[in-house]
Design a protein around this ligand. Structure first.
Ligand code: BGC
Length: 775
């Protein structure tokens, strides 16, 4: 596969020039011309089948159809590296079915589902398999994971991200990065930072307070980066407090490098930011995908003294240091044939282990015994939504629908319904063929409207089958946020379907189970009181139908818990009045792909009160709270035992979990901390640690021990730019969810601790009317 590349390596070593890997990096940089340095810090251009833009180097790409490459400088032994999307599997900008090589890749469960596992060992295992696959396809960097906080349910890319909580986000990201990178390929954590919406994504100025940044929107990255040292960080499209993140010295140098001691390099998001010279000065090493205008701007700036060559050299060195570890540099002979079968099994396992059982009245689940006839309603029961759209979409070979999953497990489906849905969907697809590549990426073909099964047919099915499944599907992706009507909220057809089915089946004393195949939070109110059971499958990857069936059948006992709150109503969301912000259409310019770019701003007035930090502190009852999820068994929690009553640098809290039910299961155990709120306002409690038990057989127990360190007690004091733990009484709350606390124990911190003094950075230019308890 790498003949061309190997040849160029061989021919480059003919002279006495310093070669990367043999000579010190400083010597290689010394031998580079100014033009070569500028070429290296600007990607090779955007080149996908049918569309090439801004190519800085017209040599053939190492791998066709991936998102980007860096420029190679063969005379110095510097290869061109390949960067491919995305967080839930490898994305190629071409349909693998139509490509000559037919190289399909594994679609893993999306980020939101993985985070619901609360199982870092499982996520790491998936990361290892993902890393093997990235390497097998000759790719150097995967453009993921995405860790941005779920600030608002309408965020179009929430499916790519993990959670509303920085600890769950950071730990999950660290686990997958450690897995991926254990295989000798790079992960790219993105989008750094405070990139929580898609509306005006390339121009929006996020106005956010320093405390909210430090505790929420940077904390997720900090935990992940310190816990895994990703090879690359991708800066985001948006501005933070007036500066593009890719041009922010505060963000990329002061915080990321100086405070967090990050050792890898930073790349921009595709066509992100405006000023390549400012990007260089800020420490955004690599500008992607790269244009000739950017190369010229950098060369000119060095020549006219606006950019010091030493700064350019530092950016080059950052890339070269990491490059030494890459498979391409090491001339790895990739096969293009990873073990897709094994990976499909891991994808299925991870999906099933992460799904969240939201409701299970009278134990209608699991559906034991396969001698049941099931009436499956809902388009997507026959057409799985494996993952979201845009660069987060995956070049998968197949997606197992729930209908297939049930059939493969031996259940009988109502054939008439199956046939009606199938022909409706085939017809829709024929009438709405997929658009050309880029148009589809920017403006995906809408999903088929829900097929309506008439009331009398529903009644007939209630007589003829043993149970009904109502399957609700949602999809979204980069470029657009979701809407409230007909997306966050259920459509009129869906509500009618729910009413008709629950009326008919309940009249016949038959249960109704709802399955949610969604990428972001939806309004569950119309379902909650009607369905007997609700399984949240999120977007489960290519094996979704099998994984859902594994849980419904009881082959897998559900153990996922919500990493994001489901509110009763959209307007209960603390960010609802500030999403997606204000636009300034009179200042519109032409942006990426000739699209209109409208300057905009969004103010995070909810401050640190994001997700459960808001719902719990302000006593707003959600539909399903953060950390919630049911099991087919039950668990007992012992009293919480602390290692000491006074905090002295470290403290442990232990609890013993016992399976008190009838089937084997795993329990996610969550540790929340309530801190004294004497001089600073505080959330009523914050998640500080979590763990998942092993599979416990009925009657079996496991002791879980959590360790708290000083930084777990601290909050960010903006005036002092410091992390401070107030003196006083702290309460540890250990529970099965953020509202279902099973035991508490208190300890005392005798004296205030200043844990870390940071720099004043990323300060907002205007005052923010931030939400505070009692205000
Ligand atoms: C997305 C990134 C992605 C990049 C390359 C951008 O539009 O925001 O997440 O990695 O494109 O495809």
């Amino acid at each position: 596969m790498c003949f061309a590349l190997c040849f160029s390596f061989a021919s480059s070593a003919q002279n006495n020039l310093p070669q990367l890997g043999k000579a010190p990096i400083s010597a290689v940089i010394k031998a580079m011309t100014l033009e070569e340095k500028a070429a290296l810090v600007v990607g090779k251009g955007f080149s996908i089948p049918g569309l090439s833009m801004g190519e800085t180097d017209k040599s053939p790409d190492k791998i066709t159809g991936i998102s980007g490459h860096s420029v190679g400088i063969p005379r110095l032994g510097i290869p061109s590296l390949g960067f491919a999307d995305g967080p839930a599997g490898i994305h190629k900008f071409m349909n693998a079915k139509d490509s000559a090589d037919k190289l399909f890749t594994t679609a893993w469960p999306v980020g939101t589902l993985l985070a619901s596992s609360w199982d870092t060992a499982l996520v790491k295992k998936l990361g290892v398999a993902f890393g093997e696959e990235i390497k097998a396809f000759g790719i150097d960097f995967i453009l993921g994971p995405g860790v941005n906080i779920h600030r608002n349910p309408l965020g179009g890319r929430n499916f790519e991200y993990y959670s509303e909580d920085p600890l769950v986000s950071g730990k999950t990201a660290a686990a997958i990065i450690n897995g991926i990178q254990s295989q000798g390929v790079g992960a790219t954590i993105k989008h750094f930072a405070a990139n929580n919406q898609e509306t005006n994504r390339m121009s929006v100025n996020t106005i956010v307070g320093e405390r909210a940044l430090r505790e929420i929107y940077l904390r997720n990255f900090e935990i992940a980066i310190k816990g895994s040292q990703p090879w690359a960080v991708m800066s985001s499209y948006n501005l933070v407090n007036g500066t593009y993140t890719s041009e922010s010295d505060d963000l990329l140098t002061t915080i990321l490098r100086n405070e967090w001691r990050y050792k890898g390099f930073v790349m921009s998001d595709w066509f992100g930011g405006k000023d390549p010279v400012a990007q260089m000065k800020a420490g955004n090493n690599l500008i992607m995908p790269g244009t000739t205008a950017q190369v010229k701007a950098i060369v000119d700036a060095v020549k006219n003294g606006q950019l010091s060559e030493a700064v350019l050299n530092e950016n080059v060195a950052g890339i070269l240091k990491v490059m030494l570890q890459t498979p391409t540099f090491k001339r790895y002979q990739y096969s293009n044939h990873p073990d897709l079968k094994k990976h499909a099994e891991i994808s299925r396992e991870a999906a099933a282990e992460s799904m969240v059982l939201l409701k299970n009245d009278a134990g209608v689940l699991p559906v034991t015994g396969t001698n049941k006839t099931i009436a499956l309603f809902g388009n997507h029961g026959y057409d799985l939504i494996a993952g979201g759209t845009g660069s987060g979409d995956v070049s998968k070979a197949y997606a197992v629908s729930m209908a297939e999953g049930l059939t493969n497990a031996g259940y009988t489906l109502d054939k008439d319904l199956q046939q009606r849905y199938q022909s409706y969907l085939n017809d829709y697809e024929a009438k709405h063929p997929k658009k050309p590549l880029l148009q589809e990426l920017l403006n995906p073909t809408p999903l088929a409207p829900e097929y309506t099964v008439d009331k009398s047919s529903v009644e007939q099915k209630a007589g003829a089958s043993d149970l009904a499944i109502i399957y609700i599907g949602r999809n979204a992706g980069e470029g657009n946020d979701r809407k409230i009507a007909d997306d966050y909220e259920l459509t009129a057809q869906e509500k009618e379907m729910i009413n008709n089915i629950t009326d008919a089946f309940h009249a016949a004393h038959k249960p109704v189970i709802a399955v949610l195949n969604i990428g972001g939070v939806i309004d569950v109110a119309p379902l909650r009181d009607k369905a007997d059971a609700i399984l949240l499958a999120w977007q489960p990857g290519q094996e979704g139908g099998h994984a859902i069936t594994d849980v419904l059948s009881g082959r897998v006992n559900p153990s996922g818990k919500l990493a994001t709150t489901f509110p009763v109503s959209y307007n209960d969301e603390p960010s609802a009045k500030n999403f997606p912000g204000k636009e300034f259409p009179e200042k519109a310019t032409t942006g990426m792909f000739g699209m209109k770019s409208i300057p905009a701003e969004v103010t995070y007035e909810e401050g640190i009160y994001v997700g459960y930090r808001y719902f719990n502190t302000f006593n707003v009852k959600p539909a399903y709270e953060f950390g919630y999820g049911l099991s087919y068994t039950s668990f007992g929690y012992s009293a919480v035992k602390l290692s000491a009553a006074t905090f002295n640098n470290k403290l442990t809290a232990s609890v013993t979990i016992t399976n008190t039910g009838k089937v084997a299961g795993k329990e996610v155990v969550e540790l929340y901390l309530s801190a004294p709120a004497k001089t600073m306002d505080k959330p009523s409690e914050e998640l500080k640690a979590f763990a998942k038990t092993a599979l416990l057989q009925p009657g079996k127990s496991e002791m879980i021990t959590f360790t708290l360190t000083p930084s777990d007690l601290a909050s960010y004091n903006t005036d002092a730019s410091s992390w401070v733990a107030e003196a006083g009484s702290y309460t540890i709350k250990i529970g099965a969810s953020s509202l279902n606390i099973k035991g508490t124990a208190s300890f005392n911190l005798p004296k205030e601790l200043v844990i870390e003094k940071d720099h004043k950075a990323l300060s907002p230019q205007t005052g923010i009317n931030e939400l505070k308890p009692g205000k």
